[in-house]
Structures are given as C-alpha cells and as structure tokens.
Write a protein that binds this ligand. Structure first.
Ligand code: NAI
Length: 331
C-alpha cells in the first residue's frame, strides 16, 4: 500500500524499511511534520504514517480525505495529536501501536528520577570540567520513600514494580484499578492525597480532556514540599508555568521531564546552532534541579522494532480488509 511516512528520521526509515521487507508496501519518507502545509506530500497515497508531533487535526484530515487517504497509522501509543472524531467523519481509520516494550518508558522514568535526585547529569558535567566538588549534589535515599503513580496502566504498573524493588511505598491514582499494581503492594488514593503524601510523583496516564493539566497550580500547592515530579507521558499533563512557580518556591524539589507542552516545535531536531525563542524551556533548563530530555523514553531497540512491525502489520491488515487489531475507536 502506498504510504506517506511523515516525521521520518534516519532510524525511522531504516527500521520501518526493515520491517517492511516481506510486506512490500510502497513507503514514501518525508522528514517534514504533517501539517496543512505538507499534507499534499501524501498525494497518490492511501495511508499516512505519523508520529507524536504531527498535526492531524480536522483541517488536515479534510485535506487528506480529499486526496483519498483512508488510513492514519501513528507510530506511537498516544494519539492525542489526531482528531479521531474528524477522521471517522471522513471515513479514515486510525491505528496506533498499543503494545510495545512498556519497559522502555518505565525504565527511562526511573533513570530520570535517579538523574534528577542524585544530580547525575550535573555531576558528570562537573567532572568533565575537572571539578570534583560534591557541593550541591546531595540527593535522598529512595528506599523507604513514597512514590505516587498517576496512571497505573502498562507503563505505570511496571514503573511501580521497579520502584517497589527500591523499597518504596506505592500510591496510585487511576479511574480503573489494575490488579498488577495492587498485587505489587500499591494502594489507590485520590489525586490530592497522592500529591500530599508522595516524595516522588510519576505521570503515566494519556493526555485527554480530563487529564490536561492534571498537575496544576491548585494541586501543586497541596503537594509534599520538596517532592520530585517525573513526566514521561505527555507535556500537556503539566501546567508548565505552575511547575516553574513551584520550583521557584521550593515546593517542587526537582522536575524530570521527557515531554513538554510546547515540544512540537523543538523536539526531534538539532537546534543547537539556532536561537531558541521558547523562553519557558530555556527557563526550565536553567534550573539546577531540572532535567529535560527530548521525548526519548520509548527509544530502545526492542520498542522501535515492535513499533515498526506493528505499523507494517496494520498497513497489511488494512490492505487485505482484515480487522484492525490496533484501531482507535471513534469517540
Ligand atoms: P495504558 O493505556 O496501558 O495506561 C494508561 C493508564 O492511564 C490507564 O490505566 C488509564 O486508566 C489511566 N488513566 C486514564 N485517565 C486517567 C486519569 N484521569 N487519571 C489517572 N489515570 C488515568 O497506556 P501506557 O502504555 O501505560 O502509556 C501511558 C502513556 O505513556 C501514553 O498515553 C503516552 O502518553 C505515554 N508514552 C510516552 C512515551 C515516551 O516516549 N515518552 C512512549 C509511550 C507512551
């Protein structure tokens, strides 16, 4: 099937091409993000393959539908960048990748937590500069601390299991209980109680209308003083201005983020030779107790291999008219 692949970096091209070796779909790779301005690149294709920061809103979907696109396949679990209702109105099916190494993200969240708590990135930068002073590098033991997990699905439950191994008490908040979380000793509480009691809070829920700014000025005020917030889920879960205010006041003792509200214009590209005009991200990276990575939690050999294989399998199933196992239902 002719498919326009947007936001295609070098690793996307090689690993998607590898997964496609037997299936033989005609893949047209574009480094550009999908937007109204670039939608015409998909002319002549039946499907588009997108990533987290492509814009697949109602206008773009209308343009794609006019060109005969019938399938949107996102190479991600989250699909908040796609207007699924608009896609349904245009008769465009949406598929995602529901199942790929949740360990990739859970393990990265633990890595971010350790890095920000124990100041590992700062320490490394210092020793490269010949500075072996420990001043400012003190962290705290995770053993015996309370860790709150918002969203105890696949990734959140694995993160909780790893943190239980550190000797932490686990609290969770999720509208649906996951037996795996409770079997591991986790206990469900309301979000305010979770924030008030947790030394570390890690976000693992999807970005939806209900979860946008689930961390905000109101509930940060009730958070435990000096707690660390980790976000490997979606930037829109956190009101960044509120987080900055909480860092300034000391309410938040640390912030570790792999995702950022305004990441679409920044992430997945090398901007090191340009002037970055986003003052908020510049403020964030200036804090000694903040670590920012560019949406790389999923980026392991295992996860990427599974993402690409599932994407190719979805294209093949769609072409053959078979049921789509990873279809995103219309709301
Ligand atoms: P999942 O669907 O297994 O789990 C999500 C959990 O969030 C579910 O248990 C759901 O009930 C819960 N949830 C929904 N609304 C909630 C609310 N209002 N409050 C608390 N919990 C709520 O999804 P999975 O695979 O664990 O992924 C979680 C998120 O991680 C994805 O939605 C995506 O945004 C993010 N992600 C980030 C990656 C990265 O590279 N940084 C890569 C993959 C996923």
């Amino acid at each position: 099937m002719k498919t326009a692949v947007f936001s295609a970096r070098r690793y996307d091209k090689s690993m998607l091409a590898h997964a496609n070796a037997d299936a033989g779909h005609e893949l047209r790779f574009f480094e550009d993000r999908l937007s109204l301005a670039t939608a015409s690149l998909a002319e002549g294709c039946e499907a588009v393959c997108v990533f987290v920061n492509d814009s697949v809103d109602a206008e773009v979907l209308a343009a794609l539908a006019r060109q005969g696109i019938r399938l949107v396949a996102t190479r991600s679990t989250g699909y908040n960048q796609i207007d699924v209702a608009a896609a349904a109105r245009h008769g465009i099916a949406v598929v995602r990748v529901t199942d790929y190494s949740p360990y990739s993200v859970a393990e990265f969240a633990v890595g971010l937590l350790l890095a920000v708590n124990r100041k590992i990135a700062r320490a490394s930068a210092r020793t490269r500069d010949g500075n072996f002073d420990l001043e400012g590098l003190m962290g705290f033991d995770l053993h015996g601390k309370t860790v709150g997990v918002i969203g105890t699905g696949k990734i959140g439950a694995i993160f909780a299991r790893i943190m239980a191994g550190f000797g932490c008490t686990m609290l969770g908040h999720d509208p649906y209980r996951n037996p795996a979380f409770e079997e591991g000793g986790g206990r469900y509480v309301a979000v305010d109680e979770l924030l008030a009691r947790s030394d570390v809070v890690s976000l693992h829920c999807p970005l939806t209308d209900a979860t946008r700014y689930i961390i905000n000025a109101g509930n940060l005020a009730r958070a435990k003083r000096g707690s660390i917030l980790v976000n490997t889920s979606r930037g829109g879960l956190v009101d960044t201005d509120a987080a900055i205010a909480a860092l300034k006041s000391g309410k938040l003792g640390g912030l570790a983020i792999d995702v950022y509200e305004q990441e679409a214009n920044l992430f997945f590209q090398d901007l090191s030779s340009t002037i970055i005009c986003d003052d908020v991200i510049q403020r964030l990276v200036s804090f000694p107790n903040v670590i920012v990575t560019g949406h790389q939690a999923f980026f392991t050999v295992e996860a990427i291999g599974q993402i690409m294989q599932t994407t190719i399998d979805s294209l093949s199933a769609f072409e053959r008219g078979e049921p789509l196992l990873n279809r995103v239902p219309a709301p």
